[in-house]
Every structure is written in C-alpha cells, then in structure tokens.
Write a new protein. Structure first.
Length: 413
C-alpha cells in the first residue's frame, strides 16, 4: 500500500513518521519550497507528547522547549484566580512542553528526512486537486514557488493534511466558509525575565474584555537569564473585521486594551511593547462536517477539524488522527477502505466535540466565569466568588473532552 500525504505540517509529518514506524510506504507533498522555522509558541500537552514519545522524539523536544510546571489564571487586575500543576508535576508520565512552533516542525521534518529518506519528502508541491478511480488516487500539483504545473502522482490512498485552508477539503465542501465569531488575536515573542516560576503557563483576563496568554518557549535566550516569552492577546469585538493572517501585527491595534495592566508580578504593556515580532490572526474554525473519508481520500488535522486555538489542542488532535489511521491501515490487511471508514467513525465525532468545546467552554472559561460572577470588578477573596473545586471541574472536563485526563497510571485517559 502506498499513501500520499498532502501537506508536510505538524499533522502530515507525524502521520508519515507513524506510517514509517509501522512499515507502511508513504510520500509527503508540501506546498512551501523550503521548511523554515516560522511561527511562535505552541504547547505540547501530555496526549500530544505521548504520541511524540512513541515516535521517539520526546527527549529532543524536551531539550528544545520548556517544561510547564503549572497553569495559572488571573483576572485582568492581576488577581490570582486558580492554578494547577501540569505535565509531570501533575503526575503524568510525560512532560507538558512549551516550544517554538518552528522547532517542533523542524524536529518532525528532520526525523522524516532521516527515517523516510529525502526522496520521499517533496517540498514545493502545492496540491490543487485530487481524483480517484477504481485503482488509485491521483494527486495534481503546481509548484509552490512559481505556480507552474508539476507531474501528478498516483497512490493507493491520499490523506489531506493541508491545514485550515485545505484545497482538498474545498473539493468536497466547496461552499463552506471559515467561521469567525468576532474574536481577533495578536501573537508575539518577547525576551523577558522569567515570569512567576519561569515554567508557568499564564492566562490573564477574559476574551470578552481582553485576555493574554503567555508562556516561555526558550530558556536563557540571550545568556543573561532572559527567556523567550510567547504571548497571545485576544479580544471579542462585535463590529470588528477579521484580522488578516498574512499581515504583520501592529501594537497600536490592540495595546490600548492592556495599557493599565501593570501588576506587581508583570508589566503587560512593557511585555507587548518590547516584542521581537508580532503577528495577527483571526480566531476561526469551521463547523464539523458529516464525512472525512471519500473512497480513497480522507482528511486529517486542521483540514479535517480546524478549531479555535483556545485549548492548545489543534496539533495534538492532528497527531492523534495520524496514529489512529496509521494503526488502522496496519491492521487492515490491505483493506484500506475499511480502515479509512473506521478512522472517520472514530476520529470525526471525537474531534467535533473538541471543536465545540473550544467554542463554548475551553480552559479559559475559568476567567470568563469569574468575570461574569464579579461583574468585571476586582474581588476581595476568590473563595467568596467561586470555589476552587468548581474551577478545577472546568479544567478537568476540558481534559476529558480533549483526551488528556490523567489516568491512574500517569497515562492520558
Ligand atoms: C495561534 C495559534 C496557536 C496555536 N497553539 C497551539 C498549541 O498551543 N498547541 C496545539 O496543539 N496546537 C496549537 N495550534 C494549532 C496547531 O498549530 C494546528 O492545529 C496544527 O498545526 C495542525 O496541523 P496540520 O498539519 O493539520 O496543519 P499545519 O500544521 O497548518 O500544516 C499544514 C501544511 O500543509 C501545507 N499546505 C497547505 N496547503 C497545501 C496544499 N494545497 N498542498 C500541499 N501542502 C499544503 C502547509 O504549508 C503546511 O505545511 C495553534 C494554532 C494557532 C493558529
């Protein structure tokens, strides 16, 4: 069996490594001419790390990122709301790691080149369409850099891992639109002294009136003990247009919301103003669809289930998709169709729940709830507002939906 993997992002490369590990043949076709370390931070949650550890990448990733010790929530006045230990500090077998997205991608890319061979990873191949007949799937390409047509390729099955704006998904759902709920965000990286424990994942404020998420992704970036801090600011505005993710972010577009956020433990305006780089994105997802597998073609990762990045879960779900399909293909005795249908039946409902929960009650719902209960004002004592138990339940419920609740043996449940 030969598998064509369309898209060499996080999901596509992890899937290719999973196929290779199981002795299944595949080739990867990636649109960009050259894989560069782009992006800002990403969190590898325990379920994602469990998958990456199975691919033999845990030690490398740990060495390139920062292990999270705790997740901490504050209101927009900098008042402490809730915290919990994370990763190994919470009893998981594997760590939770904050890392530069480009580094994670680079680790996967280099592993794929080393294990599959450079001749199996084709950059500069932008898929424009896929067709199929009784015998094969046929994938058509143009050169990513020039737009010139390239020879088509044939495989037994084609798996579309081509991201949120998937060309393959568009073939099956031509009228579908990105869903934008009036929330824009700006992301950046700043060299800064360690915040709180120096291993803290911090959420401040609420999406309704302004929120910032921050965590370190590189230690001692300058030899003076500063860290590279990844941050993302988010705000819902009823009348705003969608941010353009091809544009550089402008501090002036969002700094006003945070101008008074000066806490004894962090000066937010300063953190934002001293950023190395700022990007802007719209917060978008798509409604879950009724089918991913169409004969020899199926969808995976963001192409299958684009979700709001509010629970650090998009890449985790993409990587799990890849392991599930690779294992089903291995067990299929050549009946790839049964494997692809089963993959759809298992992963589509599971990820639809994550998409829906990221809209309604992601982890930062903790902050929204406190803001609602306090009328957006400072409080005297958080225990008079809401119990820690109630807040813990929001966090634990999310872990169950996303598939990383802590099992008794330290595994993900
Ligand atoms: C701001 C933000 C923060 C996030 N934070 C986290 C986080 O903390 N933790 C987490 O787990 N997830 C996070 N995510 C989500 C995560 O980045 C994605 O869910 C994940 O990258 C999905 O992997 P993928 O392979 O499906 O898509 P991608 O990683 O986007 O890869 C798609 C690949 O396909 C290529 N491609 C596109 N079109 C074509 C084509 N026509 N032909 C060939 N190749 C093509 C692209 O160049 C790209 O390399 C975040 C997302 C955003 C936007």
């Amino acid at each position: 069996m030969k598998v064509a993997v369309i898209g060499g992002g996080i999901g596509g490369l992890a899937f290719a490594l999973g196929l290779h590990k199981r002795g299944l043949d595949c080739e990867v076709y990636e649109a960009v001419p050259e894989v560069k370390e782009i992006g800002v931070g990403i969190t590898i949650l325990p379920h994602a790390m469990t998958e990456l550890a199975a691919l033999g990448l845990q030690a490398k990733l740990e060495s390139l990122g920062i292990e999270n010790e705790e997740s901490v929530f504050f209101n927009r006045f900098g008042q402490f709301i809730y915290k919990e230990p994370r990763g190994r500090y919470a009893g998981y077998k594997v760590p939770e790691v904050g890392i530069h997205r480009g580094r994670l991608h680079r680790v996967l890319y280099e592993a794929a080149i080393e294990r599959l061979g450079a001749d199996k990873i084709h950059t500069n191949h932008r898929c424009v369409s896929v067709e199929q007949n009784e015998n094969e799937a046929i994938v058509h390409f143009i050169e990513g850099s020039t737009g010139k047509p390239l020879p088509s390729i044939k495989a037994d099955i084609a798996v579309a891992c081509d991201g949120v704006n998937s060309a393959v998904r568009k073939q099956f759902y031509p009228h579908e639109k990105l869903m934008f709920a009036g929330i824009n965000f700006w992301r950046g990286i700043t060299r800064h002294k360690p915040i709180l424990t120096g291993k803290s994942y911090v959420r401040i404020g609420s999406i309704e009136t302004g929120k910032i998420v921050l965590y370190p992704i590189i230690d001692n970036i300058d030899g003076n003990g500063n860290q590279l801090i990844n941050w993302a600011t988010e705000i819902r505005r009823a009348d705003c247009g969608m941010n353009d993710w091809n544009k550089k972010g402008e501090l002036a577009d969002f700094a006003d919301v945070y101008k008074d956020w000066k806490f004894p433990w962090l000066d937010v305006p300063n953190l934002l103003a001293t950023a190395d780089e700022i990007f802007e994105h719209p917060m978008v997802d798509k409604d879950p669809v009724s089918q991913w597998t169409f004969g020899r073609i199926t969808l995976m990762g963001d192409a299958a289930h684009p979700m709001y990045p509010r629970g650090s879960n998009g890449s985790a779900q993409a990587i799990i998709d890849g392991r599930v399909l690779a294992q089903l293909l291995l067990e299929s005795n050549g009946d790839w169709n049964a494997a692809m249908v089963k993959y759809d039946a298992i992963r589509r409902p599971a990820t639809a729940k994550v998409v829906e929960t990221n809209r309604s009650t992601p982890p930062d719902f903790i902050n929204i709830k406190v803001e609602e209960l306090t009328g957006g004002k400072p409080f005297d004592n958080i225990d008079d507002v809401v119990s820690q138990e109630e807040l813990r339940k929001i966090s634990e419920d999310y872990k169950k939906v996303a598939g990383f609740a802590l099992a008794k043996d330290g595994a993900v449940g």
